[in-house]
Design a protein around this ligand. Structure first.
Ligand code: NAI
Length: 289
């Protein structure tokens, strides 16, 4: 199967690894050459570590690597059977890119979005053939997280839904089919998790580390909310909260917090920028994994 991925950031590069590991021929596209370079270098490192740990052998690592090619030209997707978009969480940008993409791909190509919170119906509406559009939502990090939400829009055809479910299952992931509603399943449940934690901090009840520690030690969560927000990226996470809040007609349950807004504005994005709620610079004391 020929798979195209648009956006070679955190999610795009992870999804590329998943598809390539399942034997697909993958093309990874980004407008930013630096992002493509970074994705390639980081995949090499990840695969070397997997070989070192004995999870895969070196032939397998080589095969995964050669299954992926890198491109900065959208027209290179003309042979794709499935294209998954994983670019910035902005509806108008996604619409523009996908509608251009549609002019290059075949009539049977499925066009999917990895959006966390935007309406699949509105993304589908930017296409000449909206019935080919579907949400395929991976979690971070894509190679490790088992769940993938598959979200048919009201325009999506039955055959596209079936093909998407079949493909993701063949990629050794577990599918949950969700309705096209804000945040789908997991991101909707997660909003109050982050939101209440931010409000507890803003009300001066406890600091980031205490809240994380409490939820991990007492609550049994694998990561605390602040560690998780730093892991996801405060820019990405804040945008999702804003979108879900607006999409639920400003229901206060989903209200974003100024603390996260300011962190995103300041460029304190978390792990990817070296600083978020915690400091990730070389000399800093890191939160426990
Ligand atoms: P990211 O910021 O790590 O990567 C986005 C990439 O898209 C960048 O490399 C950027 O250069 C590229 N890009 C931006 N505009 C572009 C355009 N017009 N054409 C081509 N490339 C373009 O973002 P991340 O975290 O990978 O998120 C991508 C999507 O996945 C978003 O829709 C996000 O909501 C969703 N998502 C993110 C998760 C996370 O934990 N970070 C989890 C699940 C979904």
């Amino acid at each position: 199967m020929n798979v195209g991925i648009i956006g070679s950031g955190t999610m795009g590069s992870g999804i590329a690894q998943v598809a390539a590991s399942a034997g697909c021929t993958v093309k990874l596209y980004d407008t930013n050459q630096g992002a493509l370079f970074k994705a390639k270098a980081s995949l090499e490192k990840i695969l070397a570590r997997l070989v070192e740990k004995g999870r895969i052998d070196s032939e397998e690592a080589e095969r995964i690597q050669t299954n992926i090619s890198y491109s900065d030209r959208l027209r290179d997707f003309e042979e794709s059977d499935l294209v998954i978009e994983a670019i910035i969480e902005k509806l108008d940008v996604k619409k523009t890119v996908l509608s251009e993409l549609e002019s290059y791909v075949s009539e049977s190509c499925i066009i999917a979005s990895n959006t966390s919170s935007l309406s699949i119906a509105s993304i589908a509406a930017s296409l000449r053939k909206p019935e080919r559009c579907i949400g395929i939502h991976f979690f971070n990090p894509a190679p490790l997280m088992q769940l993938v939400e598959v979200i048919p829009a009201i325009q999506t055809s039955k055959s596209v839904l079936e093909k998407a479910v079949q493909t993701i299952t063949e990629w050794n992931k577990t599918v949950a089919i969700a309705k096209d509603t804000p945040g789908f399943i997991v991101n909707r449940v997660a909003r109050p998790f982050y939101g209440e934690s931010l409000r507890i901090y803003e009300e001066g009840i406890a600091d980031f580390a205490t809240i994380d520690h409490s939820l991990k030690t007492l609550g049994g969560f694998r990561m605390g909310p602040f560690e998780l927000m730093d892991f996801i990226g405060n820019d990405v996470n804040y945008t999702v909260t804003e979108t879900v809040f607006a999409a639920f007609y400003f229901d206060p349950r989903y209200k974003p917090a100024f603390t996260q807004k300011r962190f995103a504005e300041a460029g304190y994005l978390g792990r990817k920028s070296g600083k978020g709620y915690y400091d990730y610079s070389e000399e800093a004391v890191k939160p426990e994994p």
